[in-house]
Design a protein around this ligand. Sequence first.
Ligand code: TRP
Ligand code: ZN
Length: 899
Amino acid sequence: MRTETPQAIYLKDYTPPPFLIDTVDLDVAIFDENTRVRSRMGLRRNPAAADPQASLCLDGEDLVLESVALDGRILAAGEYVLCGGRLLLRVELPEAFMLETVSLIEPDKNTQLSGFYRSKDGYFTQCEAEGFRRITWFLDRPDVMAKYTVTLHADKAKFPVLLSNGNPVASGSEGVGRHWAKWVDPFRKPSYLFAMVAAKLDVLREDYQTRSGRTVHCAVFVEPGKLDQCAHAMAALKKSMKWDEVVFGLEMDLDHYMIVAVGDFNMGAMENKGLNIFNTKCVLASPDTATDSDFQHIDRVVAHEYFHNWTGDRVTCRDWFQLSLKEGLTVFRDQQFGMDMHSAGVTRIQDVRTLRAAQFPEDAGPMAHPIRPASYAEINNFYSATVYEKGAEVIRMIHTLIGKSAFRAGMDLYFKRHDGHAVTCEDFVSAMADASGVDLTQFKRWYNQAGTPRLVARGEYDAAARRFTLSFTQQYPATAYERRLEAEGRKFSRGAYHLPVVLGLIGPDGAELPLRLAGEDKAVGTQRVLELREDEQTFVFEDVAVQPVPSLLRGFSAPVILDYPYAEAELTHLMAHDTDAFSRWEAGQRLATQILLRGIEAFQTGKGEALGWIPASYVEAIRTLLASAADPESDPALIAEALTLPSEVVLAEAVSGVVDPDAIHGAREALIGHLAAQLKGELLMTYQALKLSAPYSPDAAQVGARALRNTCLDYLAGSATVEALALLKAQLDEADNMTDSVAALAALANLDVPERQAALDAFLERWKHEALVVDKWLNVQALSSAADTGSRVRSLLDHPAFDIRNPNKVYALVRAFCRGNPRHFHAADGSGYALAADVILLLDSANPQVASRIARSFDAWRRFDAARQSLARTQLLRIQAKTDLSRDVGEVIGRALEA
Ligand code: TRP
Ligand code: ZN
């Protein structure tokens, strides 16, 4: 049995590679039983190496080595050794030389989906982070950048499409029914950006003119028969290309840009140079099969991968500790794109919702890490909400602190200095500091300290002096991350963050007040960016004629938990008058959270059902909100967001002390039920008024209308009345798009009524041939609040529609249940924990990356009562006892148990 977390790798141990690889020539011959990979590499000693005599040790995993040749001479058995996934050369090496290896791999047996693997329609690759070593021997680290030439050989009828990065330069037929194609990538790149595909696929082709007049041939490759589901991804690609030209002055640099969709994929998509590989979920969409949020998600993922071409591919990471250099920055870029393409307010709200639901809990749990961790056991575990989402918030803070035009200048300088290189997060921050003249030394703490800071703010109004004093205190207690560093005897320091607080002051009439800070001779606007750098800071506003309500952290200007003692009336005031859409929404969430926290306590003491904790004023605030939908100026999408209560996961974060999932669920459901009962007429009216007659389009106006309509439906369904059931059934029958169908199905799946099973059966029957729709069918059942959800999810594991080898299926059913349905996952009898452990154990060897993502469901186990903790620990120990437990799951479970 393992007793501890697997061996860690440390940032402080980084050394430059002993050798550089300038060129790679791959010849890949695909056969039914295996694939032969011949690689010819041009190597030379790295002048920057620490040891000029170092020996050459190449990475390799699951490779059967056939031969090694040095400058054309086949090496004898004693001239190299294979050990622990490495190939070590034991011969004298010249300054520069050619090394040729021939190896066999078995892509049909590669269930990990890392390296070269088989999926339904052919063969695909996934090399980030360390998959290239599963294809051939290499210095598989991002600071080794080479030019690649690739020749693929395969059966022509079975695999007519042969692709790799860059440009196609030659192709032909050979042997009996076979063919080949040769690709050359003109850009140097790290091995993690390598890709190749040999498959039977349909393709949608369109050209894009860059602003300098070059033509880029764009192509979207998909499963045969699915061409009618590609148009949206293609349009998103072109919009992204245009946006990056306009906003950042960045043009596409290749003649070919290909997107290939594959149904078996561990994550969303991958930015391989010129040959992105995508999860089908992030490409395929038609009104029948995809929801509004799928359409928007596709826009964002296509943009994200496209933006990586500059932030990731042209300038890449020196080592994997710098992952946020490309991911945080690229998420920031796709967020900005989303805000420009859709409603800025709604986009920001949704992005913050994601951050709070995934990243805040991560930062509060056993896997806490800064956006640049100091160590890791398995890098795949650090493709995390922290590196991505908090990483994007950190970039956003730089943008806010130095301003838009300085940020653009910083980006220009970053590319000027580092184009074609593998660099660090410091390099990025330095470019921003140098271009703006702003000192960002202290700001770098965001890269080294873990945990969500708490910002305690207090306001005091002195009517006689017409003065409003705002004081801030930063709190940043050590997290599991710092406790571990300490236990390892490593030195670390913690200190106050440099962060922007964007604020305004709202008067009693709802108007914004002019802002003059003490020492200034006149007011400067009605919105300011305050810079915090110290543990405690005070700002004094002069000439404040009336007691204001401060609107703090507009646009969520910093990823902190704000502690300000707002009275409920002040929150209602902000909900109605704040000029910042995010802050209006935030005030509503804060108000709902305050009420729900009282409700949770009431449920714990058996007084919940009496509803004494729900103030009548809250019902009136929601009534006003609903009524505003009738105003043609209003944005229904924003109203829908405002009507959506904080999720059970987010509420659990807000609770201090032991988390009671039943009380959280009880309070939230009770509030929904009460609102539905009190506002039934308004909800029904809004629902009916928003019925669309135009044909489906995923445009902002329709999306907003459907979002609000389905939010109303959700409230109405909470009452489970005959009337509500009729509404659900009617919507299921009449819907001409997946958004409305799945909204009704999800609402029905919560109810313990005979109609539920009939609707689920009919839905599956209709969509059983569309894998992504079957995922939705699994998903609504996993997220159901009905009492029997645990046992139903357990039996769905054996349903023919489920496939444990397909990550999308596992995420749709198991991850959704474990991470999106806390009441059932944390069932008092431990059945949820047992289910998760069973799946983790089944998947650990076959696909450790996916197993590890499910294992993260245990992160919060210490926050529950003793009985639940004991049940969870039993399952954690059971997982840890598995022989040959993967490093991926070992690290996650080890840390959970240390907590
Ligand atoms: N770099 C990819 C992105 O953010 C994601 C990625 C990392 C990935 N590792 C992966 C995708 C493994 C699939 C499998 O866009
Ligand atoms: Zn990315």
